[in-house]
Write a protein that binds this ligand. Sequence first.
Ligand SMILES: [Zn+2]
Length: 245
Amino acid sequence: MPGGKVIPAKILAVDVHPKMPRIAILIDDLGYNRQGMESSLALPYEVALAILPETPFALPTALTAKEQGRITLLHAPMENQRELKLGPGGLYANMTEYQLKTTLSKGLDGLPGIQGVNNHMGSLLTTKADSMKWVMEVLKGRSLFFIDSLTSPKSVAKKTAQEYGLKTVSRDVFLDNIRTEKAIDKQFSRLIKRARRHGSALAIGHPYPETMAYLKKRLNHLEADGVRLVRLSDVLEIIPQHTKE
Ligand SMILES: [Zn+2]
């Protein structure tokens, strides 16, 4: 058909990504030490913090973060495949629905102002369909979001969260599995690359001195990379509920 010309792909590409690529950062494992708490709370307010239940600094971390308007999560300890100790508030695959829901609820009740949950470890529990359903039922009842730390490639956590209509997203990059500036920088570059490709990307780090020192410097120099640090809530996905055809 003359005149029925297809719009060139180039123009479409510009329209599809009008915004600057966004990165979000979540610091896990808060609660056990004061130094980790203080250095995390000194990072830009966009950086979210995940707090382990019933730990010595859980409450002061949650309260200060709340004053700062910073997003906090319950970092729910979940059973892993290596039998590493979970500490208080741990969720295990052999728990009944009642036990799991009660334990998770207790963890949530102990942290004022939290907005979401992510898994601490969990390479075993996040593969268990029933356990994940029970987790999401508790979160649904409290209007919390869920971040899949993705500690197992077989995790069904994000999928289950979506089935319950929760806002959710998976971790893209771990910043500090190797605790050297060089290794962290390499992971940060991967994060930026992923954000450029997909529009946004989420990194998880830990309150190690190496990570804190790196982020303190690096987050002040993002303009040159053409990416923007945003709050965790700005990278959550909502999948519309499926309608049967
Ligand atoms: Zn953790």
